[in-house]
Write a protein that binds this ligand. Structure first.
Ligand SMILES: [Zn+2]
Length: 293
């Protein structure tokens, strides 16, 4: 916190710019209030309207009655009525709009608030400034607000802390977020541009299917198919192929005969017969391992 003297000295200096000496919204003289988050000076009435927007849109302080932090004073110094008026002018949002029209709830305004907050800390603000068409769109306020628990739960929790209630409100919150995502997805999928693309994709796909069918049925393709089948048939029946087939068959038969002969000669050797009988006479290892009972 900064002493009242210091903050008043700073406001005096800032008000040396005549634009800071009128209410940003209604131009009435010698404003005694400010929207810190928007970095502008306001009269009492307009400050009241700003309070109605909620602190996420406009954080209101009295120049004379409230105590100020250094950071808040830095934001006012970085901002000021002229800077915001110039900024709004880029988006064709005139500075003298009645304040009930919520130029403060646009994406451009949100960008500006984020920017002066960062710049006031001496850091460059890197985020790209929204283009005109995007800047004039309203911000999604639900995204920035913490969902409120149902009234009944809020009252109960004042009588004591309970994990069940905490869990309950966390669950409700999760469900709310889930529903919002589902609604958003539905909303996007129903947008004319999305619908249009979907229809176009379907159209292109069925056209491609039609085309493939058409080609495969084309006389030239049919002709090629037929010719290929005939050629394969012809080749397989040609005398050269028949000859190879016959030769392969007789070679295989002779290899099989040789294999049979070799097998028979090995198994008819007397010493082999003996050793195999000996092996059969040996007690199996499993029997040896059995304990004596
Ligand atoms: Zn005013």
């Amino acid at each position: 916190m900064v002493s009242k003297e210091t903050s008043e000295q700073i406001f005096q200096r800032l008000k040396e710019d005549p634009l800071n000496n009128v209410c940003f919204d209604c131009s009435s003289r010698n404003p005694d209030w400010a929207s810190v988050s928007n970095g502008i000076f306001l009269c009492l009435q307009c400050a009241g309207i700003h309070r109605g927007y909620g602190v996420h849109i406009s954080f209101v302080r009295s120049l004379s009655m409230d105590t100020w932090t250094i950071k808040q004073l830095k934001i006012m110094t970085v901002g000021g009525n002229k800077a915001l008026a110039d900024f709004f002018a880029n988006y064709n949002i005139p500075a003298d709009l009645p304040s009930n029209i919520s130029k403060y709830k646009t994406r451009a305004a949100q960008y500006y608030r984020d920017k002066i907050k960062i710049v006031a800390e001496g850091i460059n603000y890197e985020a790209p400034q929204p283009i005109q068409e995007v800047g004039i769109l309203p911000i999604e306020e639900e995204e920035r607000k913490f969902p409120e628990p149902p009234r009944q739960q809020a009252e109960q929790s004042s009588s004591g802390f309970s994990w069940t209630k905490t869990f309950g409100s966390a669950l409700t919150m999760t469900q709310n977020i889930g529903k919002k995502i589902a609604d958003k997805t539905k909303e996007i999928s129903q947008k004319p541009i999305v619908q249009e693309w979907e229809a176009k994709t379907k159209q292109a796909f069925s056209a491609a299917v039609e085309k493939t069918k058409e080609w495969s049925e084309a006389p030239s393709v049919q002709n090629i198919k037929e010719k290929t089948t005939n050629a394969i048939k012809e080749i397989s029946q040609s005398s050269a192929v028949q000859n190879i087939k016959d030769k392969t068959k007789s070679a295989l038969t002779s290899i099989a005969g040789k294999a049979r002969e070799t097998y028979d000669s090995i198994h008819s050797r007397p010493q082999d017969q003996e050793s195999s009988q000996e092996y059969e006479r040996l007690p199996s290892q499993e029997n040896e391992r059995l304990p004596n009972q």
